[in-house]
Ligand binder design. Structure first.
Ligand SMILES: O=P(O)(O)OC[C@H]1O[C@H](O)[C@H](O)[C@@H](O)[C@@H]1O
Length: 295
């Protein structure tokens, strides 16, 4: 199966038509074209703004940015010098080789450790590996985090999330099953209201208005249903999911968002972002998602 390594990205092509492109910058998957079981023609499954910078000057507005070690503005004392969503999405990763290459799928690894730029703002030792696997109708991404500190050091505390921009008409997409799940509404106007737990009352969640909801104890498997098809996101070790769409209200203020871009996607972002993963010295943690085109 062709795996093409370019200066700034890796391109994987599956014999049955699917393909992905991954930028070394941020280990950001910027394209995933896949057929559905109903139609062999591969179509783009991710949204990337036409105004997104792909040259490493800022995190990519679209695709699948990797969020680590903090989600949103930093709240942990060890993260105070970091910018929103941490450094993984704006660091250049290293191609770490091919793990699998056969008809069932192709898998590659990218790695990131403490670079001089990272250690300027973050002083904990760590080792990250991002493993991407492409098969006919499926894309999976795994984030491996190792705490490489000596055993006398305290645990590595971090948050992690895959910021999936799933291509779908935002005004008719339905996300299930989040009924009765507790969530926190980041569109609320005050810290107090944002910290207040709400219960999802809708059988299926839509993003017809500005939405920025962090679900707690989420089921780990989500269906994203729209005119573009049915996409399933199945996760492991990610107790939360964030559903985000800025609509015009917030989208028009995002500099690298194309005009009307918010109508073309929904972000369904599995992660561990309520509290922190606490990883003892010498130990590893893996967060995983498998995204499948069902129809
Ligand atoms: O603009 P960014 O830093 O890429 O963040 C984009 C969005 O990411 C997540 O979905 C957060 O929940 C939102 O609050 C944030 O606006």
């Amino acid at each position: 199966m062709p795996i093409v390594q370019k200066e700034d990205r890796i391109v994987l092509q599956h014999p049955k038509g699917a393909s992905i492109e991954i930028l070394l910058y941020g280990a950001t998957v910027i394209s995933w074209k896949a057929p559905s079981p109903l139609d062999p023609k591969p179509i783009e499954r991710l949204f990337v703004s036409s105004k997104a910078a792909l040259d490493g000057s800022k995190p990519v507005r679209g695709g699948i940015p990797v969020v680590f070690p903090c989600f949103g503005a930093p709240t942990h004392p060890e993260h105070v010098k970091l910018s929103q969503h941490g450094f993984a999405r704006n660091s250049v990763w290293t191609f770490g080789g091919i793990l699998l290459d056969n008809d069932a799928g192709v898998s590659i690894r990218l790695t990131l450790g403490p670079t001089p730029a990272i250690t300027e703002t973050y002083d904990r030792p760590f080792d990250l590996a991002f493993v991407v696997t492409l098969s006919e109708h499926q894309l999976s991404t795994n984030l491996h985090v190792k705490n490489t500190a000596l055993s006398t050091t305290g645990p590595l505390e971090f948050q992690a999330l895959f910021h999936n921009y799933i291509r779908a008409p935002a005004n008719e997409v339905a996300i299930t099953p989040l009924h009765n799940v507790t969530y926190y509404d980041k569109t609320e106007s005050t810290d107090e209201l944002r910290a207040q737990a709400k219960i999802e009352t809708r059988a299926s969640v839509d993003v017809k208005k500005f939405t920025d909801s962090v679900y707690e104890n989420a089921p780990g498997k989500y269906l994203i249903d729209s005119l573009l098809g049915k996409i399933e996101v199945k996760t492991q070790n990610f107790p939360n999911v964030v559903i985000w769409n800025p609509q015009a209200e917030a989208g028009a203020k995002i500099g690298d968002m194309e005009e009307g871009g918010w109508e073309k996607y929904v972000c369904v972002e599995p992660g561990h972002v309520r509290g922190f993963v606490s990883l003892p010295a010498g130990e590893s943690w893996i967060g995983q998602q498998v995204i499948t085109v069902l129809e």
